[in-house]
Write a protein that binds this ligand. Structure first.
Ligand SMILES: [Zn+2]
Length: 321
């Protein structure tokens, strides 16, 4: 079982670890018992590609959001460069495959919430030049591009600038991430997207009725567009009670696999952005347990490999250029 995990290309599509680097709380090394992700634990967990999201918290919004993003970018680059023998920034899928061949962990850069972009697509293009390959238009609130899930009551979706941004992201070769987007915004993306899009860290609402999760119709629409959703390990998005185990994560996996087949599911732990991780998946070193769990539920090696990262790798190949 360990060998299947090792030979698979393992992608974790979302973490908030850069926050800790930026504020100097922790670094890529050494291994600590703090938080969920550092380089030793990524290696123990067999992760080949980690997506690092730059999340600019609401207290920095408006004029402080771009300076804060630049600070986070600096922290990100400094960590990667200090560990260049073991970790490498990936700009293309070839970079991702090369990282695995060379025994390095690949890092993909994403933005969670477009506040630092303001109303200026030039900033989006510069972010792409600085290595960004994915972006969520919005976090839970409202910005110039869209309404987040916290604004459901308004029924708001994408603004005209939000629509333009999706088009520009597709032109640049950046992944559109719909996690945190309001339901109306989700359907707006479905109606305008010409390429597959992702929900990097969202679960199935049928199993846990939280607005951060996707309804079955949304999951089907994402799948019809060739997209992929990453399983979020936050206990509050896994069970109504807010306590969760590896089995709850596997339940969400099974629901989605039964609903849309094996080609649209992946991992998006949300590590270092969540207060409660499931029992049995306490940090990044536990990913092989997920593999064992899927195999134990009777899924074949082909399906397991797709879920571990094959699906995300396919979508990146279709969008990133
Ligand atoms: Zn998030």
């Amino acid at each position: 079982m360990a060998s299947l995990h090792e030979e698979s290309f393992v992608v974790d599509a979302h973490c908030d670890t850069v926050l800790d680097w930026t504020d100097g709380r922790r670094h890529l090394t050494p291994r600590t018992g703090e938080g969920h992700i550092d380089l030793p634990r990524l290696r123990e967990g067999g992760v080949n590609l980690q997506i690092f999201a730059l999340f600019v918290a609401p207290e920095y919004h408006h004029e402080r959001s771009l300076p804060r993003l630049l600070q986070m970018l600096d922290a990100f680059y400094r960590e990667i460069e200090a560990h260049r023998d073991e970790m490498v920034l990936c700009l293309t899928t070839e970079d991702m495959r090369r990282a695995k061949r060379e025994g390095k962990v690949g890092a993909l850069l994403s933005i969670e919430g477009a506040e630092p972009m303001g109303r200026d697509l030039a900033r989006l293009r510069i972010f792409h030049r600085l290595g960004g390959r994915a972006m969520g238009l919005v976090w839970n609130g409202r910005n110039d591009l869209a309404d987040g899930v916290g604004e459901e009551g308004t029924g708001g979706g994408l603004t005209r600038l939000g629509v333009e941004t999706v088009r520009e992201m597709e032109r640049l070769g950046m992944m559109v991430d719909v996690s945190h987007l309001s339901e109306k915004g989700f359907w707006d993306v479905v109606s305008i997207a010409t390429k597959p899009f992702i929900a990097s860290h969202s679960n199935a609402r049928a199993l846990c009725d939280h607005p951060r999760n996707l309804k079955d119709e949304q999951i089907k629409a994402l799948a019809e567009r060739g997209g992929v959703m990453g399983l979020n390990f936050y206990a509050g998005f896994l069970t109504q009670g807010g306590e969760a185990t590896l089995d709850d994560v596997l339940d969400h996996a099974e629901h989605i696999l039964q609903l849309v087949g094996p080609d649209h599911l992946g991992l998006g732990s949300d590590f270092d952005g969540i207060s409660r991780a499931p029992k049995g998946l306490e940090d990044a070193s536990f990913f092989p347990r997920f593999t064992e769990g899927l195999l134990a539920r009777g899924y074949g090696e082909d399906v397991v490999k797709k879920v571990l990262g094959g699906n995300f790798l396919r979508v990146f190949g279709e969008v990133i250029h």
